[in-house]
Design a protein around this ligand. Structure first.
Ligand SMILES: NC(=O)C1=CN([C@@H]2O[C@H](COP(=O)(O)OP(=O)(O)OC[C@H]3O[C@@H](n4cnc5c(N)ncnc54)[C@H](O)[C@@H]3O)[C@@H](O)[C@H]2O)C=CC1
Ligand SMILES: C[N+](C)(C)CC(=O)CC(=O)[O-]
Length: 488
């Protein structure tokens, strides 16, 4: 049965949380008295469906069920976790916790608050130990950070449970070691924000110039290394100590107006809002969200390739999902093709013809073949020890169409095998429909010597057992075929 999360407050952040939980397979019940809430959440969800699955080639679990509740009690019934995302008003948050805890006394409540401490949120609660901060960053469905901040009333077990829930939905829980207003991220962002407002107010720069200064330069650095690792490199070979020696004195120079705040009045609001309209008003907000999401997906995927920073979190989440997805795939030799992969057609797999692009058929075959190699004991350990199977020849037949979101299954039949090679026949199925077949000859190679050799006895024994079982099957239709062309 799917796990259930409750989202109270379905605005910008609640919508993002709902999308993250749903796309990770949780059922989600939303409570928000705003009559527009369902429309807004569905708009966020539509963008999230385009973006989140595109981070990975590992399929997401089946999407959870989204429901909108008429009361908070209904929303929280049977729920494992509540993410409170109502407006940033402490008395409103207190009111919400009172209702939630009355309806479901033991439920764990994480707050999206941008700055209230857990001990502020817990005031007046009969069960303060169950209220904790889980502060996300927008867009919640793409950015992994969730700052977990508890008070002395929270037990370590509660902190760890919240952190585990965040991990389960692909986030990076950063447990804050001391209670402070605004945690780490917003304390930092607030400093940057104040400086930006001063520069606007003083006529030093426009909103656009400030954004260019960030996105053309240090913003790119921060996304992958943060502040300290970046400055360590800036110290040259002598590293951080040299950096400190050179730039330490600047702490006393008048570089910043941080100690003061510009007056918050209509004039300042107009200045910022008008310049922002001039800079970006040609895009709708949902359109800007999609642009942002696509940029983030590309950036995050690049980090994942390098297993670095946020990319590492994505990779770990992929591995956890892949393990779940492929659970139970290990199969003994039987006179039937082995079902070895479950795949989902992702946004990046679609070509200009609106269906799965050619190279992904080869990718699907690789997923099936790699699962087969693991099954016979020729996985990564075997490769690292110096032996592997190389593809020598491949023939793909496209028999149907795979479209965005389709779930595909890959089966493999061994047509023939000996110590040095095997010939496989992979079927890519969409339900009962045969979408493609991929026939391949693989050679067993000593990677160092660069030549074919006999497989290790243990590997060959497993391969042979499967090949013997499959010898009872009829030769698949289309096996051994060359490209056919009817004379017209
Ligand atoms: N917008 C942002 O960039 C971020 C906001 N946050 C925090 O997330 C929380 C929500 O902020 P946003 O989503 O930006 O605000 P928002 O204004 O977009 O959404 C707030 C939602 O709460 C709903 N609401 C009001 N009273 C309610 C009640 N009694 N029960 C249920 N729902 C109720 C409103 O109808 C609205 O849909 C705040 O605590 C904020 O500090 C955290 C990270 C980033
Ligand atoms: C502006 N803000 C304080 C609501 C920002 C956040 O809380 C985090 C974010 O997404 O930048």
């Amino acid at each position: 049965m799917a796990r259930k999360a409750t989202i109270v407050g379905g605005g910008v952040i609640g919508g993002g949380w709902a999308a993250r939980f749903l796309l990770n397979g949780w059922d989600v019940a939303v409570f928000d008295p705003d009559p527009e809430a369902a429309r807004k959440i569905n708009a966020v969800l539509a963008n999230a469906r385009l973006a989140l699955p595109a981070l990975s080639d590992v399929p997401m679990p089946p999407e959870g069920r989204l429901s909108f509740a008429d009361t908070m009690a209904e929303a929280v019934e049977g729920s494992e976790y509540v993410q409170e995302s109502v407006s940033e008003r402490i008395e409103l948050k207190h009111k919400v916790y009172a209702q939630l805890q009355q309806a479901n006394p033991g439920v764990l409540i994480g707050s999206s608050t941008s700055g209230f401490k857990a001990s502020d949120l817990q005031i007046g609660s009969p069960a303060p130990q169950n209220i904790i901060v889980a502060h996300p960053f927008n867009p919640v469905y793409l950015l992994p950070l969730s700052e977990i901040s508890g008070s002395e009333k929270n037990t370590e077990a509660t902190v760890q449970r919240t952190a585990q829930i965040m991990k389960d939905i692909g986030m990076f829980p950063l447990v804050i070691r001391k209670e402070i207003d605004a945690f780490i991220g917003n304390r930092f962002l607030e400093a940057v924000w104040r400086e930006a407002l001063w520069m606007l107010k003083d006529g030093v720069a426009t909103t656009e110039e400030i954004d260019e200064a960030i996105r053309m330069g240090f913003g790119l650095r921060w996304g992958q290394m943060g502040l300290f690792e970046t400055y360590r490199i800036a110290g040259g070979e002598a590293g951080m100590r040299h950096f400190m020696a050179q730039f330490g004195p600047a702490l006393k120079w008048p570089w910043t107006k941080l100690m003061d705040v510009p007056e918050f009045n209509d004039e300042l609001v107009d200045l910022v809002a008008n310049q922002s309209d001039a800079q970006s008003g040609m895009y709708g907000i949902r359109e800007l969200e999609r642009i942002r999401d696509q940029n983030l997906v590309g950036f995050l995927r690049a980090l994942k390739e390098r297993n670095w920073g946020a990319g590492k979190v994505l990779r770990e989440h992929d591995e956890a999902r892949a393990a779940l997805f492929h659970e139970g795939l290990d199969q003994g030799p039987k006179a039937e093709p082995l079902t070895l992969a479950h795949l989902q057609v992702l946004p990046g797999w679609i070509d200009y013809n609106g269906h799965m692009t050619e190279s992904r058929y080869y990718f699907c075959n690789s997923e099936v073949a790699d699962a087969f190699l693991r099954l016979i004991g020729a996985g990564m350990d075997y490769v690292e020890a110096g032996h592997s199977y190389y593809s020598a020849e491949t023939h793909i037949r496209h028999l149907g169409e795979a479209k965005l979101g389709d779930r595909l299954t890959g089966t493999l039949q061994i047509i023939s095998a000996d110590e040095k090679r095997f010939r496989s026949f992979v079927r890519i199925m969409k339900g009962e429909e045969l979408v493609a077949t991929i026939e391949q000859l693989c050679l067993h190679v000593d990677m160092k010597a660069g030549r074919t050799v006999a497989a290790a006895p243990g590997v060959y024994a497993k391969l042979k057992a499967i090949a013997d079982a499959h010898a009872e099957l009829p030769l698949p239709q289309g096996a051994g075929r060359a490209i056919g062309q009817k004379k017209g």
